[in-house]
Design a protein around this ligand. Structure first.
Ligand SMILES: Cc1ncc(COP(=O)(O)O)c(C=O)c1O
Length: 507
C-alpha cells in the first residue's frame, strides 16, 4: 500500500462495526472526495483492488461503486474504469447540509424544450390576477365565464347522491354516468361511440400523453401540424418521436405536404386539430378531411384528433369530428377545459380496437384513475342540459373578445403584421412583416408589461417568419386594447433590427 489518503481511509474500515461494510466503503470514498483528496475526473481503483484495500469481497466493492454512482459521486465507464464525477464534492457537502443541489449529479441532464418552457411561463403569468402584466399569451378561460354556481350545485347534488362514492376509488376508464353522457354528446356531433369506447382522462393533456405513449416508440415518425399546441410538441418529444412538420395554411393542415412526407417516411401517427386549430383558428377543408382519412387507410397510420376548441365556433358550420369518418384510425381527444372549467380537468379519449385497451392500460399505469367528483359534477351538468346553455354564453362572450382583439390589431398592428381572423377558438396567429428575434421580442414585451406566445415555441422545425400567438379568452376589453398598444410599441422598436430568426431552441 502506498498510503494514499483514500487507501488509509479504506484500511481503517472496521469489520466489527454495526455499520455495514458497504456503507463504510461508500463513506470512505465520499469523505475522500469531500476532503479534496480525490479530484474531479480522478480514476478510482478497480473493483478487485478496492476489495483488497478495504479487506472486503469483490461483491461488496462492486456494490459500493454502484451506490456511489447512484448518489452522483462517481461514474463507471465500461472498459475504462470508475472516475470521480465533476461536481461530486459539491454533491457531498450538499448532502451534509440538506441542500438539494446534489440531485443535479444524480438526475440526467434535462433539455427543457421551448414548448415546455412557454407552458410554465403561461402558468406563472396568469397565476396572479393582481399582476401588472397583460397576459395576451394565456389561452385560459376568464373567471367570469366559468359556470361556478351551476358547478357548485352539481357538486352538492353529486355528493348527496353518491356519498362516500364521490370520494372512493372508481373504474380506471372513468365514472360510468359521465362516460354515458360523453357518448350522448358524441352522438349529437356525429360520433357513433358507446360509453365503452370512452376513456376519461385528466384533461386533454393527459389524453395526448397517453395516446403518444401507446402508439409511439423512440424514433417513430410523427407528422405533426406546425404550428400547434405546445403540449402536443412536449408530449411527442417526451416519447422521443421524430417529429416531421406539416404546415397549417388557410385550409388547415396541408395534405399535399403530408403526402410528400408519406412518400419518404413510414409515419405512425398524424397529430392535428382539424377544427378551430390552436393557434391559427383554421379548419381542415372538407376535401382535406376526406384525403387525410383515405391516406390513413392506405398507409396504416393513426390520426390523433384534438378537438379541444371545436365547440367554440362563433360563426359558420361545424364540419364535425374527423373520427366520424374513420373510427378505427382516429384517436379523438377532447376536454371541457375551454368550454366549461379547466380546473375540473375533465377530458376524454374516444378510440376503437386494440388501441383503446392499451390506452386504458396506460391510464392505469399513469395514475390509476382520475378524481371521481369532477366526473360526477360534469355528468349531472351534461344530463341537466347546462352544456348547451354554457356553450351559447361562452360563444357570445368569446366572440366579443375576439372582435376587441381584432379591432385593436387593426388599429395598432395592421401596418406591422398580418394575422388570422378565426371563426372561433381562443387565439389569433400573428405574422410580423419584418422578421426579428422572437425571444428578445418576448423578453422586451414582458418588460413592457405584455406577454405573447413566441411562435417558435409552437412550431416544429425551422421557422420561416416571426410569429406571435395572442389569446383573447382571459382578458377584458380594456386589457386587450392596452396589451396590443404595448405590444405594437415593442414590435416597432424591434423593426430596425436585422432579421434573426430562431434564437429560441428549435423543437
Ligand atoms: C389544442 C389544445 N389541446 C389540448 C389542450 C390541453 O387541454 P386540457 O386543459 O384539457 O388539458 C390545450 C390547452 O390549452 C390545447 O390548447
Amino acid at each position: 500500500m502506498d498510503g494514499s489518503p483514500l487507501e488509509r481511509r479504506l484500511a481503517a474500515i472496521d469489520r466489527a462495526s454495526t455499520r455495514s461494510l458497504t456503507d463504510q466503503l461508500v463513506g470512505a470514498v465520499l469523505d475522500s472526495i469531500a476532503a479534496g483528496e480525490l479530484g474531479p475526473g480522478e480514476k478510482l481503483p478497480p473493483t478487485r483492488r478496492l476489495a483488497e484495500l478495504a479487506g472486503v469481497n469483490q461483491l461488496t466493492a462492486g456494490r459500493s461503486y454502484r451506490r456511489l454512482a447512484e448518489r452522483g459521486a462517481v461514474v463507471s465507464e465500461v472498459g475504462r474504469g470508475t472516475f470521480v464525477r465533476a461536481g461530486a464534492a459539491a454533491g457531498g457537502s450538499a448532502r451534509a447540509t440538506g441542500d438539494a443541489s446534489w440531485q443535479n449529479y444524480v438526475l440526467e441532464n434535462e433539455r427543457v424544450s421551448s414548448a415546455a418552457w412557454i407552458l410554465s411561463e403561461l402558468a406563472a403569468h396568469s397565476a396572479d390576477p393582481a399582476s401588472e402584466l397583460i397576459a395576451l399569451s394565456a389561452s385560459y378561460p376568464a373567471a367570469e365565464i366559468l359556470p361556478t354556481d351551476l358547478l357548485a350545485a352539481a357538486s352538492t347534488s353529486a355528493i348527496a347522491r353518491y356519498g362516500a362514492g364521490s370520494f372512493a376509488y372508481g373504474p380506471v376508464a372513468g365514472h360510468p354516468e359521465f362516460r354515458s353522457e360523453l357518448a350522448r354528446l358524441g352522438r349529437a356531433r356525429g360520433l357513433d361511440d358507446d360509453p365503452a369506447s370512452i376513456l376519461v382522462t385528466t384533461g386533454a393533456r393527459q389524453a395526448i400523453t397517453l395516446a403518444t405513449r401507446v402508439v409511439l416508440r423512440p424514433g417513430d415518425k410523427v407528422a405533426c401540424e406546425s404550428p400547434t399546441y405546445m403540449g402536443t410538441i412536449d408530449a411527442l418529444q417526451a416519447v422521443q418521436a421524430e417529429i416531421l412538420p406539416v404546415p397549417v395554411g388557410p385550409d388547415g393542415f396541408d395534405i399535399d405536404a403530408l403526402e410528400a412526407l408519406l412518400r419518404r417516411h413510414e409515419i405512425r401517427l398524424v397529430a392535428l386539430q382539424p377544427r378551430l386549430q390552436n393557434p391559427t383558428g383554421c379548419d381542415l377543408s372538407r376535401n382535406g378531411r376526406e384525403r387525410l382519412v383515405e391516406l390513413a387507410r392506405q398507409h396504416g397510420f393513426f390520426i390523433l384528433e384534438d378537438a379541444v376548441y371545436a365547440d367554440l365556433r362563433f360563426s359558420g358550420r361545424d364540419p364535425g369530428p374527423l373520427r366520424a369518418l374513420a373510427p378505427s384510425h382516429v384517436i379523438y381527444v377532447d376536454s371541457f377545459s375551454k368550454t366549461v372549467a379547466p380546473g375540473l380537468r375533465a377530458g376524454w379519449i374516444a378510440a376503437s380496437g386494440p388501441v383503446h385497451d392499451r390506452l386504458i392500460a396506460e391510464k392505469r399505469r399513469d395514475d390509476a384513475q382520475g378524481a371521481l367528483l369532477p366526473q360526477q359534477i360534469m355528468a349531472s351538468f351534461l344530463a341537466e342540459g347546462h352544456y348547451a346553455e354554457q356553450l351559447q354564453r361562452a360563444r357570445a362572450f368569446y366572440r366579443e373578445r375576439r372582435d376587441v382583439l381584432l379591432n385593436a390589431l387593426d388599429r395598432d398592428l395592421a401596418s406591422l403584421a398580418s394575422y388570422t381572423r378565426p371563426a372561433g377558438g381562443g387565439n389569433v396567429w400573428v405574422t410580423l412583416d419584418q422578421g426579428c428575434d422572437d425571444s428578445r421580442l418576448y423578453h422586451d414585451a414582458v418588460a413592457a408589461g405584455v406577454s405573447f406566445v413566441p411562435g417558435s415555441t409552437m412550431l416544429v422545425g425551422r421557422q420561416q417568419a416571426t410569429h406571435l400567438r395572442l389569446s383573447f379568452g382571459l382578458l377584458d376589453a380594456e386589457s386587450i386594447r392596452e396589451g396590443v398598444r404595448r405590444l405594437a410599441a415593442v414590435v416597432r422598436a424591434h423593426r430596425r433590427e436585422l432579421p434573426a430568426l430562431g434564437s429560441l431552441p428549435v423543437n
